[in-house]
Write a protein that binds this ligand. Structure first.
Ligand SMILES: [Zn+2]
Length: 212
């Protein structure tokens, strides 16, 4: 049994003074391994501990921490999970040992059956997504936990949202990665908004938005 549980929906709001008020989506994957994707800001420690406790999980039970990229609102509580292997972007770390895993930009790094980390650069050069193959009501379904590759569902209809937040030199790359992910996913858990189901209209829009 593989379960994907969004512990906290991310959000982001641009303030009139040009600053952002934002926190990331934090997701728990329960399977043969326990995986947490993105650990919010450093001020959210107690919230995360309490949310995991509702599922009878302590931070020490977590096997993998995946941070979709290393912005501070996505890595704030990594040090809660000292029994876990940490994957931050393309880097895999355990204690003081770390290395760049070549599988992530290629076929993907399998954390457990049905759960893969793949490179989806654009928002930053090192962004990764977690692609989960699971079952829903007896049917196969694919859930992509994308970090800020997708800011929220709205950025499909208003592409200036993701373009203004990403790395300017990688805007073409991001447009291509967005299309790649939305083509394979039935549902997307974006970096700063609630999970949404992908429609064929959304797929067509994102594919039309690929920059040449
Ligand atoms: Zn973010």
């Amino acid at each position: 049994m593989l379960e994907v549980i969004v512990l906290f929906d991310g959000y982001s709001e641009e303030l009139p003074n040009g600053r952002m008020d934002a926190n990331c989506t934090c997701t728990l994957i329960k399977s043969t391994k326990l995986i947490i994707v993105d650990t919010m800001t450093a001020w959210d420690r107690e919230k995360i501990i309490a949310a995991l406790a509702k599922h009878d999980i302590t931070p020490q039970n977590i096997d993998y921490v995946v941070c979709t990229h290393s912005h501070p609102d996505h890595i704030g509580n990594n040090n809660l999970f000292t029994n876990a292997t940490h994957i931050v972007g393309l880097l895999v770390q355990q204690g003081t040992m770390f290395y760049e895993d070549p599988r992530i930009p290629r076929e993907g790094y399998e954390l457990c059956p049905g759960v893969n980390v793949i490179a989806t650069p654009g928002h930053t050069a090192e962004d990764v997504s977690v692609v989960v193959n699971t079952m829903k009501n007896g049917k196969k379904t694919v859930i992509a936990i994308t970090g800020d590759l997708f800011e929220n569902m709205n950025d499909i209809f208003v592409p200036s949202i993701w373009k203004s937040l990403g790395t300017p030199e990688l805007v073409k790359t991001q447009s291509l990665m967005r299309s790649r992910i939305i083509t394979l996913a039935d549902s997307i858990i974006p970096g700063h908004g609630p999970m949404f189901n992908v429609t064929s209209t959304m797929r067509e829009l994102v594919t039309d938005q690929i920059l040449k």
